[in-house]
Write a protein that binds this ligand. Structure first.
Ligand SMILES: Cc1cc2nc3c(=O)[nH]c(=O)nc-3n(C[C@H](O)[C@H](O)[C@H](O)COP(=O)(O)OP(=O)(O)OC[C@H]3O[C@@H](n4cnc5c(N)ncnc54)[C@H](O)[C@@H]3O)c2cc1C
Length: 459
């Protein structure tokens, strides 16, 4: 085993290879509850050629390699164990090109998402991938997990933003597919294999993303609703009347809303006591007329009885304040620790019923514990925080089983946007059939016959 570390040092130079005892804490864990591990070494390549060398050497030696981005994952997927090599892409960062004619941005895998957002904005474009960890999460990690986030309802998951990709296979073969064209049906679209495969099929080194026009206006409102049926009616009404310009549709059930402004710093623009709250906005291009259009749609929804009360943000500070309510997750987790957190998908029409079933189920099994529901409901994504009665792994597993059984019954997904990693591995079969998992294993065996890429993750 030590041989491979020496071989890597010979091939890459001393400063590229860090021995187990000298690896900083941040490479050992992600944001999940998965336990930290210290890999046998950490390598930090500077180029695609070096990634290729590392993989080729590890493949010959049969040693596992775990690609690491910003380590903001929530599934334990980037943690390398004691018999594996961790490969951080953090030195491969930077914007390579913004092509205004093609409306694309090309960046290296280790570049944080926020850097792409800022570079695009400077050239009057929108890089529309966005989520809370934007300052640390990277291009490679975002694509390997097919990240979602705040704007999926309007612009889609990470997969929908990618036009081209460069990836290195387990044996060191470089696949350069840096396509910039929207139309390219020249046989298989191989880049899709690497998106969402959590580093198990190849290491992403560069990517080409599509850019969008920068919205000139963003009108934001927080609305109080009587029930889940009204939330769906409001969503469909707003999408129809605004021609798909809805940029977010974030639902908060009363239990989440009350606790979010109680334990966090966010102010509550609407009083407690309503069954549901939705944070929604419209991204558009007419500063003169958009505000009135947005308000008209909300008035129509009030007349129909779908909205009981609404607050419209009148300044950037108020917009930030409204979003702060939705982003109080860290404060809630700290206040209620230990907690189990869930990121699941259920067909939109069933989410209201699923929440009722889950609330009833967990309160019957573990009475008196706080259960808080919220989510990117416009894209069928439900989040749920449950305050556990104790911090034992057995209790957490029992709560997970109780929740994922309901998700399975409604043909939902145990992972909406955070991936499987190690944390959700026991539940993959709740959302994927035996035939699907066998096909995944077949793909893995074809691309990585020695099983060196992120071993032990996903299945
Ligand atoms: C505060 C906060 C908010 C979040 N909000 C959201 C959200 O709204 N939506 C969402 O989807 N996620 C969210 N996340 C989760 C996380 O940010 C995403 O999963 C993100 O995509 C991980 O990126 P990363 O660079 O940190 O990857 P890492 O955590 O380092 O790695 C994640 C996975 O990608 C693999 N990987 C990393 N780089 C490469 C590469 N170059 N090639 C191949 N595989 C690679 C790793 O092996 C691992 O399997 C949030 C996380 C935090 C901490």
């Amino acid at each position: 085993m030590d041989d491979i570390v020496e071989q890597l040092r010979d091939a890459l130079g001393d400063d590229q290879v860090i021995d187990a005892g000298d690896i900083e804490e941040r490479y050992l864990r992600d944001w999940s509850s998965a336990p930290p591990h210290t890999p046998m070494a950490l390598v930090r390549p500077r180029s695609t050629a070096e990634v290729s060398t590392i993989l080729s050497l590890c493949n010959q030696a049969g040693v596992g390699v775990v690609a690491q981005g910003g380590m903001t994952g929530i599934a334990g997927a980037a943690i390398a164990t004691e018999d594996q090599i961790a490969m951080s892409l953090e030195r491969m960062r930077g914007i390579e090109e913004i092509d205004e004619a093609a409306a694309t941005i090309t960046a290296a895998a280790g570049t944080p998402i926020q850097i792409l957002q800022e570079a695009a904005r400077e050239r009057d474009f929108l890089f529309a991938l966005d989520w809370g960890a934007r300052g640390t999460a990277t291009v490679g990690g975002g694509l390997a997990t097919n990240a979602g986030g705040n704007r999926v309802i309007r612009y889609g998951m990470a997969r929908e933003h990618v036009l081209g990709l460069e990836a290195v296979l387990a044996d060191g073969t470089v696949l350069s597919m840096m396509n910039k064209m929207q139309k390219n049906n020249a046989a298989y679209d191989l880049k899709q294999l690497f998106i969402g495969s959590e580093g198990t099929l190849g290491v992403i080194t560069r990517a080409v993303f599509r850019l969008h026009p920068l919205p000139a206006t963003a009108c934001t409102a927080l609305c109080a609703l009587p029930d889940y049926r009204s939330a769906i009616a409001l969503l469909r009404h707003a999408q129809r009347r605004l021609m798909g310009a809805v940029g977010a549709f974030e639902l908060m059930w009363a239990d989440y809303y009350g606790i979010a402004h109680e334990v966090g710093n966010a102010r509550a623009p609407l009083p407690d006591g309503y069954p549901l709250y939705v944070l929604t906005d419209m991204l558009a291009a007419d500063p003169e007329g958009d505000g009135a259009r947005f308000e008209r749609v909300l008035e129509e929804a009030m007349d129909a009885g779908w909205v009981l009360d609404a607050a419209i943000a009148r300044s950037e500070t108020e917009v930030t304040g409204f979003w702060a309510l939705r982003d109080e997750v860290a404060a809630i987790l700290a206040a209620f620790a230990p907690c189990a957190t869930f990121d699941v998908s259920v067909p939109i029409g069933d989410i209201g019923t699923v929440v009722e079933i889950l609330r009833e189920r967990v309160s019957r099994l573990w009475p008196g514990r706080a259960a808080m529901f919220f989510g990117h409901v416009g894209d069928s994504n439900l989040h749920f925080i449950f305050a556990l009665p104790d911090d034992t792994a057995a209790t957490e597993l029992a709560v997970e089983e109780a929740v994922y059984e309901v998700v399975r019954d409604y043909q939902g997904s145990v992972s909406a946007e955070h991936g499987i990693g190690t944390v959700k591995k026991p539940f993959l079969s709740y959302s994927r059939s035996a035939a699907e998992i066998a096909t995944m294993r077949g793909l893995k065996a074809a691309l990585d016959p020695r099983g060196i890429l992120n071993p032990g993750k996903v299945f």
